[in-house]
Write a protein of this length. Structure first.
Length: 277
């Protein structure tokens, strides 16, 4: 399971991740040439780990929208849209998102099908330091495509948290689900999902206790329309607090859009929306 794979990467060694944060900060003092070599080496290692023996072809039809510089690494808007057929015989089946320099680079894997209408997502992600972001798309015939961009932002994965942890845990999982615009029969409709959740990374120091707040994050999102899947996502600590996701789906008739989410504590939450009624 992809969610279990993400868990394995995150739970391997929190201390190792904390050291990686320090190492990432130290890279800021590197000469530009040395830094470029480190960045390239990091992406090569990620390819070997996640796509061993596979060829990734550069693809300009993967469009990425992100700021070149963000004032904070905690909430950085990020979107991708892929110009590729979404028919029964030919479609984009998954998109993997990496923030190369983050303590945990694997940020999310989005799973699509023809009912998705188009492989596109708008969301908000974290950056611990300036980093390339790689978007890897896999088509239904098994081919892999990649595009990337550079975002300058910092401080999104570590830092400190303050506030009532018990209250944050109690409120986690509440959702708002809405259609973006009027219902369009037989066309791609856009929906917006907002989830109340602290998305603790396990690297944030609790100012109340001086310890680290344990990792607590949403790891699975499933979206269906009239019982048919339109989107699934395996998510990790690189998704920002109070996750926001905009996605598409094709609706041939009025019905119900349903979202089921799960966090790494095993709790599940549901939300539904009547569409086109």
């Amino acid at each position: 399971m992809m969610a279990d794979h993400i868990h394995a990467w995150i739970k391997v060694d929190i201390m190792k991740n904390r050291l990686q944060v320090l190492a990432a900060l130290a890279l800021l003092a590197c000469p530009l040439g040395a830094l470029a070599q480190v960045v390239e080496s990091s992406w090569t290692a990620l390819q070997q780990a996640h796509f061993p023996g596979k060829q990734l072809d550069a693809a300009r039809f993967i469009h990425i929208t992100a700021p070149s510089r963000a004032p904070s690494g905690e909430q950085v808007p990020f979107a991708f849209s892929i110009d590729h057929p979404m028919t029964a015989n030919r479609y984009i089946k998954s998109v993997t998102l990496f923030v190369d320099a983050n303590p945990e680079p694997l940020t999310a894997v989005f799973h699509f099908n023809p009912q998705s209408g188009k492989a596109e997502i708008s969301t908000r992600i974290r950056f611990e330091s300036d980093s390339p972001v790689h978007v890897v798309a896999e088509s239904s015939d098994g081919k892999l495509y990649v595009n990337s961009t550079l975002v300058k932002a910092s401080g999104g994965c570590g830092g400190t948290v303050l506030g009532d942890n018990a209250a944050a845990l109690a409120a986690a999982g509440k959702m708002k689900l809405a259609l973006d615009g009027p219902f369009k029969r037989g066309q791609v409709n856009q929906a917006r999902l907002l989830i109340k959740h602290p998305m603790y990374t396990g690297l944030q120091r609790d100012l109340n206790t001086n310890g680290y707040r344990p990792a607590f994050f949403i790891d699975k999102i499933d979206v269906s329309y009239n019982g048919k899947p339109v989107l699934a996502a395996d998510t990790a600590i690189g998704i920002s607090e109070d996750p926001y996701i905009q996605f598409g789906f094709v609706a041939d008739q009025p019905g119900a859009l349903q979202v089921v989410i799960r966090d790494n504590h095993g709790a599940t939450f549901r939300q539904s929306l009547a569409v086109g009624g």
